[in-house]
Design a protein around this ligand. Sequence first.
Ligand code: KG4
Ligand code: ZN
Length: 361
Amino acid sequence: MKILGIETSCDETAAAVVEDGSRVLANVVASQIALHRKTGGVVPEVAARTHVGKIIPVIEEALRKAKTRFSEIKAIAVAAGPGLNSSLLAGVITANTLAGVSGKKLIPVNHIFAHVRSNWLERDTKSFKYPIIVLTASGGHNELVLLKNAKSKPKLIGETLDDAAGEAFDKVARLIGLPYPGGPEIQRISQQAKNPENLPRAWLLPKDIARNFDSVEVGERLRSGKMQLRNFDFSFSGLKSEVRRRTTTMKHEARNMKQKRNIAAGFQESVVDVLATKTFLAAKKFKAKEIHLAGGVSANLALRERLSGYAGELNIIFRHPEKFAFCTDNAAMVAAAGYWLAQNSRKKWSKMITVNPNLAI
Ligand code: KG4
Ligand code: ZN
């Protein structure tokens, strides 16, 4: 079953053709990174206008690359939320129109659920073992998700209360004068850091615990079971403020490359520690047989290494997307998620759909 996926929730205009939820026949992404680099981040109106100009050529290219005629497409899956309202509209209106004129099934997909399915792309998914804990970390969102079996609806068990991990990477990069997107830049300069700054971890524990223990030690205590976690939520805005405090108190001339590397490495270590530890504890609690990492931040090598180590400790499987192109926003994951929804439900799909920036899992 061939599905056309459409993705425009933030700053990537993307279309893909995927067969049976995993075989990627084409995955086309028109990235707006160069455009948003000029402003140091995404300006919603600029992103939306660019989607409108690119969406049709991107869909045509995906069909051409997949060597697939539009008549062979069984259903159209489109990311309908969460995301930037004006950006989502471009994909959703295009999908409505294509489905409306062709009478094809139209499947609205949750963007986060789509990231969850990015680990299904180009894999033999029949060998997957459940339950699976998925950490999704990107610029716009950051969640821990539990998947009980192949067809079950993902269950949200934790999410960010403020900034997403990728957003924190981007903001901290900007503070230390690195270009957008900040994640790959911070990773790159962290590798040369000699003396990483010791930055706090936000475990979201009661204040008395936070006051009495060093936050690095809290992580060790949580992992060894000496201390109990209260929730699986995340928060990265405090860490970003701490980086801002340290960078502004540095004398301007002292903000040299050496210090930037140490701040970047300390920041990355703090984010990785919290993301990986909470994922490890969730995998333990829900007796997961696999840990999956998804979203733009899943490209981060330090995070992959930590999670792979924790999965080894638990004697379970660790996966991250097969290709970098499946980590960041793409339409192949949307088509895969659409496939699983179509397998799942007796719903009638051919209705018009609406944008829902707050679409819940
Ligand atoms: O999933 P994605 O393409 O878009 C959103 O849905 O937001 O994720 C983009 C995010 C950006 O914040 C970028 O800085 C981050 O992923 N990112 C990384 C790395 N590569 C991309 N963060 C940390 N380390 C990386 N290597
Ligand atoms: Zn995303």
